[in-house]
Ligand binder design. Sequence first.
Ligand SMILES: [Zn+2]
Length: 171
Amino acid sequence: MKKSYCKYCNSASASKIHYQYHKNEYGINPIKDKLFFEALILEINQTGLSWDLVLKKRNHIKLAFENYNLNKISNYNKKNIDCLLSNNKIIRNKKKIIATIYNSKIFIEIIKDNGSFKNWMDKNKSKSLDQWIQLFKKKFKFTGPSVTKEFLVATGYIAGAHDLNCIYYKL
Ligand SMILES: [Zn+2]
């Protein structure tokens, strides 16, 4: 996300979805497993596209993936994938859909081993950005350096979400 995102979101011309995302979520640690999963899936979906498009489609994506029910997603088969690929309300990209299914299985493993996804993130929070990138490359699919970095910024695990003069900037 560009630095001017704060300026736009704090301005009168900001759309409601950006205003609310920036105020209530951007740069804040989620607690629930599902919210971490959604944050990762949204960043993956954004690759090659605009954040504006992703936020506009956000609720449709959530609905299509059954409110991010990890057990259900992890069992998706070809029929489910075809169904998702025919849903024009979401971002229809087979690689992104396959990565979502794969990543749901990894989330389940991590939650099983650590009690929650947040526990695992907190365990790794002293890592440098390069170390996080290596970890995400090893663990997940479709998590290149920029997806990983945006995910970490968005979820507040690395600094840089808000401009220094943004009212939501925290030390
Ligand atoms: Zn801001």
